[in-house]
Design a protein around this ligand. Sequence first.
Ligand code: GLP
Length: 263
Amino acid sequence: MEVIITKNYEEMSRVSAELIAREIKRKHDLVLGLATGDTPVGTYKGLVRLHKEEGLDFSKLTVFNLDEYVGLAPLHENSYNRFMWENLFSHVNITPENVYVPQGNTDDPEEFCRWYEAQIRDAGGIDLQILGIGGDGHIAFNEPGSSFASRTRIKALDKQTIEDNSRFFKKIEDVPRFAITMGIGTILEARSIILIANGKKKANVCVQFIEGPVTSQVTASALQLHTHVTIVLDDEASSQLKRKEYYNWVRDNKHIVAKKIGR
Ligand code: GLP
């Protein structure tokens, strides 16, 4: 896992947007997995800027979102579908038919989850998956204890997640108790992954998943099993890491490292 430590939220957002843009330029029909939450808002702003100012082209992309609350219709004010249109899709030249967000109000969630997995497969698999991290160390909505082999399914939300996410709802009772989420197995099949995190409140889960043991109690630690993960943190989220000096050395000497491994 490559760990990039940035000064603040703005730099984290700029660096992550540039990494994503590089992949879009490399492969115009990239299959991109996307995340919601406060963390990626700045990254999406950065992508919108690159589209408007530099013509970054989204028209051939296929996108798959990680998750959605069960029970919320796609246009509900708190749906992740709406979040994505408001923060990214409406501002770039994405092709609407190429946008996949789990449908929270589906009549048959099990069948829907199977269909979603099949769509990812038919698209050729996810090339690049963007992730945030929850306060309990989850990725997507894979709460502690999720199987590392899990696929897209319904997951009951943890108390801490319900509390954390209640800030977006009028009252805590309005937060759905269940979500449809890609599984850890689904996420680990992405060819490459970028996880972003910022703020003091993420420092503890960041040190756990980056430098702690691989455990289903911190589901982001499953990323240690993947060969191509980049983690972009701001200074606060990186504050408890013990090997910061090493990560910074690798970042500053990447050209030497690249030569040694023949890239
Ligand atoms: C939710 C989402 C996650 C996201 C997490 C953190 O639980 N399912 O994908 O990473 O929130 O959100 P935030 O970026 O607002 O801290």
